[in-house]
Write a protein that binds this ligand. Structure first.
Ligand SMILES: *[C@@H]1O[C@H](CO)[C@@H](O)[C@H](O)[C@H]1NC(C)=O
Ligand SMILES: *[C@@H]1O[C@H](CO)[C@@H](O)[C@H](O)[C@H]1NC(C)=O
Length: 350
């Protein structure tokens, strides 16, 4: 009788263990390749990435409960996780992101944020991960161009297959709580044809396979190139934060009359006039264009926008009278300081 109970208990434990499952070896290998390319000397976070089952107790890794595929990589160098309090420091990591990460075809969330020292290009293949919804890579040293020709590829992407109806949703983030201080990136990605990885060099980061992008946050890196016209034509793009990069060229007019409602392009080298295309379709919680090289007048059409909450045009080369009406009647002088020759309320009269 006793032996029977033991056997039964053993069978149950075995069944539970099997149902719980472990991550596939291919996912574990991809994570180990990611680990091999990174160096995190102070907290030992990546030291937890050991053993066969990458779904359990690997810091920042969560798996889809049904498929046991890796669904969520959530590595934040600054957060409220006690690990940082205990270490009395924020995170620091060097190295680069291995393209092997693209073998994680169940990946829905990829957050590698605020590590300050991770460099190299963002692997282009991330844009063809079939389930990827969120990509947050702020606060690193990633390089690469945002390609100017991207707009031409937009139509092509729209003809691609819709995502599978049962695509896994991102699991609840357990390892680290999200940082409430900032808006975070969310690529809403579509599967695309396999992209060729260029052999070397500072190649463009291709957004060609992505048309469901809702929030994109690549702030505080070293990305260069011009703003693709495509950003203003993406139906669900709501937040675009590219502040603190090396972006050049003009603002695409479509961006100012699109679904984007939070736009931060501050601290780049964007030039030319601010397109005079604001209209009833322009609804901005915040537009920050400060610390660029924008010239010419402030467009009058801004007053025709449906709504503009915060507007920051400081530290450019703008000139001429500040228009009347909303949103100018609720902005203070800080929004206009440091320009070539702006005048009128709230600055001194013309
Ligand atoms: C990624 O997948 C490719 C193709 O299946 C394979 O050759 C390669 O070894 C994998 N890389 C890693 C690190 O798992
Ligand atoms: C835009 O980005 C800059 C630089 O990173 C930051 O200082 C500023 O607060 C941001 N603006 C808004 C409106 O969030």
């Amino acid at each position: 009788m006793g032996a029977c109970l033991y056997l039964l208990a053993f069978a149950i434990i075995l069944a539970v263990a099997t149902a719980g499952g472990a991550c596939p070896a291919s996912d574990r290998d991809a994570l180990l390749a990611l680990k091999a390319g990174l160096n995190e000397p102070y907290l030992g976070i990546l030291d937890t990435w050991t053993g066969n089952d990458c779904c359990h107790n690997w810091h920042g890794i969560s798996c889809n409960a049904e498929t046991m595929r890796v669904a969520d990589i959530n590595l934040r160098g600054e957060s409220e996780d006690p690990i940082y309090e205990r270490a009395h420091r924020s995170g620091y990591m060097t190295g680069s992101i291995s393209p092997a990460i693209c073998n994680l075809t169940g990946l829905a969330v990829l957050v590698v944020a605020d590590w300050k020292g991770i460099s190299g290009p963002i692997p282009r293949c991330v844009t063809s991960l079939p389930s990827l919804r969120i990509l947050d890579l702020i606060g690193n040293k990633f390089t690469g161009r945002i390609p100017p020709y991207i707009g031409r590829l937009h139509e092509l992407t729209l003809r691609r297959q819709p995502p599978p109806p049962h695509a896994p949703r991102p699991p609840k983030q357990q390892a680290l709580r999200p940082d409430p201080r900032r808006h975070r990136a969310a690529f809403h990605a579509e599967p695309g044809p396999a992209e060729r990885e260029p052999a070397y060099g500072d190649h463009p980061l291709s957004f060609a396979n992505i048309y469901r992008l809702a929030d994109l946050d690549l702030s505080l890196n070293r990305l260069s190139g011009q703003l693709p016209d495509m950003f203003g034509k993406m139906p669900v793009l709501a937040t675009l934060n590219l502040d603190g990069n090396l972006i050049t060229g003009p603002i695409p007019p479509s961006l100012l009359n699109s679904g984007v409602s939070i736009l931060n392009l501050s601290r780049n080298s964007i030039e030319g006039r601010i397109p005079d295309v604001f209209g009833p379709g322009s609804y901005f919680m915040a537009i920050d264009l400060s610390y660029n090289m924008l010239s010419g007048p402030i467009p009058k059409s801004i007053s025709a926008a449906a709504y503009i909450g915060h507007l920051d045009l400081a530290h450019n080369q703008l000139c001429g009278p500040i228009p009347d009406g909303p949103p100018f009647d609720h902005l203070d002088a800080d929004s206009f300081l440091g320009n070539t020759c702006l005048c009128g309320k709230p600055l001194s009269s013309c």
